[in-house]
Design a binder for this molecule. Structure first.
Ligand code: DGT
Ligand code: CA
Ligand code: CA
Ligand code: ZN
Length: 575
């Protein structure tokens, strides 16, 4: 089995986690995380690079030692150091790192301070209120830990879209090549662009006599580690990393009906079936039937039309009013990637990005954008070497020089300025006024009460230099809950003040969420769909934000950056 970049990334991240659980030197931990990131962002395959004798130690963040480890992984599929760490550190202790808000560093701290070795120890300590007294924890954290333990017990693992994309595509291509296969698609929550997926549901259409070959190819795929079940028309396997994949093989005349059924959501399907019932039509994965006669099934359009509905895009299929809208001809014309004219949130090497301003701008131009806002961090964010007035001014001069000498892309002068605890912005108004636009974000003191957090953000919006609220709820999917904030009040204030909210496209943020996008649209607040790219490669995260925006029913007109810069500039002007 050839080793993929993804396998190396997973191994390095696990080494970093385990080292952290052990309390290793933070620089050592960071070296592994940086190396994982470097490999993750490579466009080429590491195994191929080694084959061609390329020197990996020339890559950023990868010295000779790590290059050696990579080649061990490529040769053997494993890393002896990881195995050694796994055997040394009790697995009970490692399990705790999966609790929301804990992570490896805190697990180490809890072990050092209170001797906590397992989930049971942790639960007991939290119940006896021993954790709240530790520095950096407090009663709120203690409560969250107890909730986290409960969640973990009842939780089936879900995966970020980004983490399953590669596997989904690999299987799709693999099955597409099988003789007799007409069409392959990944349906389910993946096709609906939910922010996380529980498993992948693959659908293949083929002739009767190729079914066997398709099943064979599926269970034989190089990424399969376990075959759970294998039948004539359906099979289930587990892939490396634990992800489950279901395959259904259907005849071409049923493909549309099967696509519809297996795309879901379940709630949407049930509502559609009920509607069919009212028209005396029976709907299942094989087609739409009137009595015994199949009246539709080859395409999804056909299925919807038979029921008197316009075609409903997969992202809308959550039974949130899309069926009523399709009956009345009131479906939204969903925004697409092609509608976007630029990206309004990105970082460069000057703070915590990996590429230079010029490289980022060139990459944005190559993606067909007209503008890119460079929004490095402000001074408060010391871990990212945030910009003070002096360094920001130097960057502004660099932007002027770039814009004077370059064609086809405009770099917007901007900053991701911190919203401080009291609601003031992290840089003086006089310098913020020199910028084209600002992205204002909360990074520190996220644990305040809902009313205080709301106050803090509203206060920030009073500043005439405030334009876009960055990652508005601060959530990290599966790792950190949104901070408490009254979104309705924030949206109300944004509408009144002429401010905008961001939909941050980082795959573990997707913040605003689909539901809040819908709410923003209803309240007349426009959304900036941005990547928050920290490297050239991350400019492509736009696809994840787009999925979420479409799930939130957004149309091109609801999105700020579907407009040319001239128009946006006018919209940013505050009363
Ligand atoms: P997931 O995997 O948890 O992220 O979510 P889905 O939506 O992919 O759900 P999954 O994998 O359990 O099933 C795939 C699709 O199959 C689902 O979206 C709709 C359809 N489906 C599954 N179970 C039922 C059911 O009991 N009734 C109906 N009408 N459809 C179902
Ligand atoms: Ca699924
Ligand atoms: Ca499934
Ligand atoms: Zn940012």
């Amino acid at each position: 089995m050839p080793v993929k970049n993804r396998n190396i990334v997973e191994i390095f991240n696990e080494v970093a986690d385990l080292l952290e659980v052990e309390g290793a030197n933070p620089f050592r931990v960071r070296a592994y995380r940086n190396a994982a990131r470097t490999v993750d962002e490579l466009s080429g395959n590491v195994a191929d690079m080694l084959e061609k004798d390329e020197d990996l130690s020339k890559l950023p963040g990868i010295g000779e030692d790590l290059a050696e480890k990579i080649s061990e992984i490529v040769k053997t599929g494993e890393l002896s150091q990881l195995k050694e760490l796994q055997s040394r550190i009790p697995s009970e202790r490692v399990k705790m790192t999966a609790i929301e808000g804990l992570g490896p560093k805190r697990v180490h701290f809890l072990h050092r301070e209170l001797g906590i070795e397992s989930l049971e120890d942790l639960k007991a300590a939290a119940e006896k209120e021993k954790i709240r007294h530790l520095s950096g924890f407090g009663p709120k954290m203690e409560k969250k830990i107890l909730e986290g333990i409960e969640k973990l017990a009842g939780k089936k693992e879900r995966y970020l879209l980004k983490d399953v994309e590669e596997i989904a595509e690999a299987f799709r291509e693999h099955l597409n090549k099988v003789r007799g296969v007409k069409k392959v698609m990944v349906a389910g929550s993946y096709r609906r662009c939910r922010e996380t997926v529980g498993d992948l549901d693959i659908l293949a259409a083929c002739g009767k006599d190729s079914k066997g070959e398709v099943m064979e190819a599926f269970v034989d795929h190089e990424d399969v580690v376990e075959v759970v079940s294998r039948g004539e028309t359906r099979s289930t396997v587990i892939a490396r990393g634990g992800l489950q994949l279901d395959l259904r093989v259907v005849a071409q005349e049923s493909y549309g009906a099967a696509m519809h059924y297996f795309t879901g959501s379940k709630a949407h399907n049930i509502a559609v079936r009920r509607l069919g019932g009212e028209k005396n039509l029976k709907i299942n994965e094989y087609g739409v039937f009137k009595g015994d006669e199949r009246v539709a099934g080859k395409t999804e359009e056909e299925v919807y039309h038979k029921l008197g509905l316009a075609y409903i895009e997969p992202e809308l299929r959550e039974n949130r009013g899309e069926i009523e809208a399709a009956q009345k001809g009131g479906l939204p014309q969903l925004v697409t990637l092609e509608d976007l004219r630029g990206d309004l949130h990105s970082h460069t090497r000057l703070t915590d990005g990996r590429n230079t301003l010029e490289e980022m701008a060139e990459a944005a131009r190559a993606r067909g954008y007209d503008y890119l806002a460079v929004t490095d961090h402000s001074q408060k964010v010391t871990v990212a070497h945030g910009l003070d007035v002096k360094r920001l001014r130097t960057q502004l001069e660099e932007i002027d020089r770039f814009n004077d000498s370059s064609k086809g892309i405009r770099v917007l002068k901007s900053i991701e300025v911190d919203i401080l605890e009291d609601g003031t912005l992290d840089l003086p108004e006089e310098v913020l006024r020199e910028l084209d636009l600002t992205v204002c974000s909360v990074h520190y003191h996220q644990n305040m009460s809902g009313s205080r957090m709301t106050e803090r953000i509203l206060r920030a919006m009073d500043n005439p230099c405030f334009h876009i609220l960055g990652h508005p709820t601060g959530r990290l999917i599966g790792r950190r809950d949104a901070y408490e904030v009254d979104m309705e009040k924030v949206l109300e204030a944004a509408a009144k003040q002429g401010c905008f909210l961001e939909l941050n496209s980082q795959p573990d943020r997707l913040d605003l969420s689909d539901v809040h996008c819908m709410q923003a649209k209803e309240m007349g607040v426009k959304i900036a769909i941005s990547t928050d790219a920290h490297s050239i490669a991350e400019l492509d995260f736009m696809r994840f934000g787009m999925g979420q925006a479409r799930r939130g029913w957004l149309e091109a007109k609801d999105v700020l950056n579907t407009r040319p810069w001239n128009e946006i500039r006018k919209m940013l002007r505050r009363g």
